[in-house]
Design a binder for this molecule. Structure first.
Ligand code: IMP
Ligand code: MG
Length: 183
């Protein structure tokens, strides 16, 4: 990846806006109502997969009205530039014992499917009351392992996306919209 030294370098890499802040906000309100309907007053545990999903979690948790707890887990899929190497490692685990919880995994994007495939397998083995996956973005054309989210807010084509929590080389997470990154 080319080095980013200035604001101009930074902005040059943003090709175009893929999903606006307004579109994200509207989709999250809709997802919140959907979650309220499914759990019908039952408490849930929203589990954010760090780092990418922290922005999405912050907005999604304020769009649900069922009682909700928050948990964090850090799963790293190793990248060389913008290509996944296929190695997934849990670098920080949940503090909660999830056996008494309806768990909702909150993810930023499903690409090859490897990260969530591994995370779901791990969490299912801990016998939660139920387990569902909500993802902000889905790139189904890139799947290498069979995995589908229970709820996906946006399906996108095969572009590398940044913003709204998603990074390239740790930059761009703070963009309020989702953009296509120039590789
Ligand atoms: P997967 O294991 O290939 O499904 O990839 C999941 C992880 O890779 C996501 O949680 C992201 O952190 C990262 N990732 C995949 N595609 C993108 C992208 O387009 N932009 C930024 N990060 C991505
Ligand atoms: Mg991620």
């Amino acid at each position: 990846m080319k080095e980013i030294r200035s604001v101009a370098d930074f902005e040059k890499r943003i090709k175009r806006v893929l999903i606006t802040k307004e579109e994200i906000d509207a989709a999250i309100q809709k997802a919140g109502r959907e979650i309220d309907k499914i759990y019908d007053g039952r408490p849930i545990l929203l589990v954010s997969i760090l780092k990418g999903a922290f922005v999405f979690l912050a907005d999604l948790c304020r769009a649900v009205s069922v009682p909700c707890e928050i948990g964090f887990m850090c799963a790293k899929s190793y990248y060389q530039g913008t290509t996944s190497t296929g190695v997934v490692q849990i670098t920080m685990d949940l503090e909660q014992n999830i056996s008494g919880y309806h768990v909702v995994i909150v993810e930023d994007i499903i690409d090859t499917g490897r990260t969530l495939h591994d995370v779901v397998k791990l969490l299912r083995a801990r016998n939660p009351l139920s387990l569902r996956v909500v993802t902000l973005l889905d790139k189904p054309s890139r799947r290498l392992v069979d995995f589908e989210a229970d709820y996906s807010l946006f399906t996108i084509p095969d572009h590398f996306a940044v913003g709204y929590g998603l990074d390239c080389g740790e930059y761009f997470r703070n963009l309020p919209y989702i953009a296509v990154f120039e590789e």
